[in-house]
Design a protein around this ligand. Structure first.
Ligand code: SAM
Length: 224
């Protein structure tokens, strides 16, 4: 699956691309993340990507023409099953159901805004407007990373250990998680408090462990 990201801050993705499962998934060619620096699509000497808003008001607005040129340059139009996604706090709130829908695509192109956002005419070239939550960030880069991670986790082979996905969705309908613990079985705090792992988890009795986990499920995502 190919993710294209159009951004004025390409270096924000440096460590995201080079660490952990996202790095491994690229090495295994499960995903291909392509960062496009919007400034490369400007034509003026100063590589200006923004300008003042028509009608006045505070802040700057990302110009339509470099965004248009970047989209043209990406040549995604003939790819079947693709989406151009505009990241904006006014978009539809991203959830696990959308992640599952996106995981069936071949290509997603993310437009990351900054400042006061992108010239609204870009909406003509966009399939979906997406928000990652009801709060305002300074740019679309973190939302793009969040969505890429949520979608990539659903791709075959992304999680080396298939169990990790399955155990979390075992008790179907809702995506739920049970509390997890690891060594040491007793952790002692500075003031001498002993924090113990529930004994049933140390018992080796799989039936009782299953039962305990079922009882302690915490629902982490609604609307799936
Ligand atoms: N009024 C602007 C708008 O509606 O897009 C807010 C601009 S915000 C300060 C700058 C950029 O950050 C936005 O263009 C968008 O790309 C990104 N952004 C901020 N909050 C976001 C959120 N909750 N979800 C997705 N993108 C967000």
């Amino acid at each position: 699956m190919v993710f294209d990201i159009i951004t004025i801050f390409p270096r924000l993705f440096d460590s995201f691309l080079r660490e952990s499962l996202i790095k491994k998934a690229q090495d295994k060619k499960i995903i291909d993340i392509r960062i496009h620096d919007l400034r490369k699509y400007t034509t003026d000497r100063h590589k200006q990507v923004d300008d003042r808003p028509f009608g006045g008001g505070a802040g700057m607005v990302i110009k339509i023409d470099p965004v248009y040129k970047a989209l043209e340059g990406i040549k995604y139009k003939d790819v079947p099953r693709k989406k151009v996604v505009l990241l904006t706090p006014t978009g539809r709130q991203f959830n696990q159901k959308m992640a599952a829908r996106y995981a069936k695509l071949n290509r997603i192109i993310f437009l990351c805004g900054r400042y006061e956002g992108i010239d609204a005419r870009v909406e003509r070239f966009v399939d979906e407007k997406v928000s990652i939550g009801p709060y305002i960030l300074s740019g679309g880069e973190i939302p793009a990373m969040a969505i890429i991670e949520a979608v990539s986790r659903l791709l075959p082979g992304f999680l080396g250990n298939r169990e990790s996905i399955e155990s979390n969705i075992k008790y179907k309908d809702k995506i739920s998680e049970y509390p997890v613990y690891t060594r040491p079985d007793v952790f002692i705090t500075k003031d001498g408090k002993k924090l113990r792992v529930p004994p049933v988890l140390l018992s080796g009795n799989h039936k009782q462990i299953e039962e305990w986990r079922r009882k302690h499920l915490r629902q982490v995502l609604l609307d799936v």
